[in-house]
Design a protein around this ligand. Structure first.
Ligand SMILES: Nc1ncnc2c1ncn2[C@@H]1O[C@H](COP(=O)(O)OP(=O)(O)OP(=O)(O)O)[C@@H](O)[C@H]1O
Ligand SMILES: [Mg+2]
Length: 354
């Protein structure tokens, strides 16, 4: 068993709640992504699991055993640090095999694994250089190599691809995911890049200011965001958030008289719509005005005014209509997401009018 579980873990630095009552589990042999904006507590949680920081409260379990009070060396985890943490006086090769030497892995085995790892990471020509003689992206790959070569069953990775160019990053995330699946590693992977998270994860743990906002599969977090924060953080361009106003017995799109919901319990709600769920139609729908268009090749993004809200519509039109053009927008009822404007919590399941 190599699963990880953290229960009600908090880490407080003075006034900062870096992690506040965080609980989640990473099942054995799966990949969980810790996702969230800068400063939300991702590295702190990883360091707590690795045993490099001690929790203010809560418990950490690895393979079903409580390791909360165990030192890092006893946790049998490999980790890629956000800061790389390479030894400056050792060569690339020595940095990569350092951990194996400490564990007294045989010379032939060390070299076999070094060749394989260097090939995977494209470091073959740099093995004799010192960290100061290679680029930031190459240093990051050395840090990654050190974790991969250990072939430990649990791996924690803190933004391991952040310094690579877009193409290499894309290739590496496919390679990493394949490696994790092949070796059936239990991996906790930190990133602030939602596309990276969505493409790699079995499970996403979305963090906001030290707190868990939502835990779900990539598909569920996209299709059923539990809060306004999740709705806006996942997806590019982000979900449109449209103001609603009480008018008569209904909630209508603010700036229009289009009813969306019966005016239920008097709470202030907003309507969320993904850009790709909105379609241009010849008649019916809601009138909107094009403000600008952006042609992106595979699709075109239209920035439109709908009542008092500005929204983005993703279409496959080759030429965006000129600014000022009136268009009609339609979206299916099931594409509508409702959120409480004050708490930000999802209020789906209300009886919609359209
Ligand atoms: N040693 C420390 N002392 C005091 N505050 C800290 C310490 N380490 C982290 N923090 C604070 O805790 C919060 C969470 O930091 P953390 O490094 O976990 O964020 P992160 O999500 O990894 O951010 P990033 O994406 O920028 O790496 C931040 O507000 C940070 O300033
Ligand atoms: Mg960090």
């Amino acid at each position: 068993m190599t699963d990880i579980e953290i229960r009600n873990v908090s880490k407080i630095w003075g006034d900062t709640v870096a992690a506040g009552d965080v609980s989640f589990a990473v099942p054995s042999g799966t990949l969980t992504v810790l996702l969230g904006p800068s400063g939300c507590g991702k590295s702190t949680i990883l360091r707590l699991i690795a045993g490099l920081e001690s929790a203010s409260s809560g418990s950490i379990f690895i393979g079903g055993k409580d390791v909360t009070d165990q030192p890092a060396a006893k946790r049998n985890i490999s980790m890629v640090f956000q800061s790389y943490a390479l030894f400056p006086h050792l060569t690339v090769a020595e940095n990569i095999i350092f951990g194996l030497k400490v564990r007294r892995v045989g010379k032939a085995e060390c070299h076999r694994r070094l060749r394989k790892t260097a090939e995977l990471l494209g470091l073959g020509d740099l093995l004799e250089r010192k960290p100061s003689e290679i680029s930031g992206g190459q240093q990051q790959r050395v840090a990654l190599g050190r974790a991969i070569i250990s072939e430990r069953p649990i791996c924690l990775m803190d933004e391991p691809l952040s310094n690579l160019d877009a193409k290499l990053r894309h290739e590496m995330r496919i390679e990493l995911r394949a490696l994790q699946q092949k070796l059936k590693m239990t991996m906790l992977y930190v990133t602030h890049d939602q596309a990276e998270a969505m493409s790699m994860a079995d499970q996403v743990v979305l963090l906001n200011k030290g707190h868990v906002e939502q835990i779900a599969s990539s598909e569920d977090i996209y299709k059923k965001p539990a809060s306004l924060f999740a709705a806006r953080f996942i997806g590019t361009p982000p979900m449109n958030i449209i103001k609603l106003r009480a008018s008569g017995g209904h909630l209508v799109i603010d700036g229009t008289e289009h009813p969306v919901l019966p005016n239920g319990d008097g709470r202030t709600l907003v309507l969320g719509l993904r850009p790709e769920d909105i379609h241009l139609v010849a008649e019916g729908g809601h009138e909107a005005t094009v403000r600008s268009g952006e042609y992106l090749g595979a699709d075109t993004l239209l920035d439109c005014a709908l009542g008092s809200s500005r929204i983005t519509v993703r279409t496959s039109h080759v030429r965006p209509p000129a600014p000022g053009t009136k268009v009609r927008l339609h979206w299916p009822r099931e594409a509508q997401h409702f959120f409480d404007a004050d708490s930000g919590l999802c209020r789906n399941g209300l009886p919609a009018v359209i």
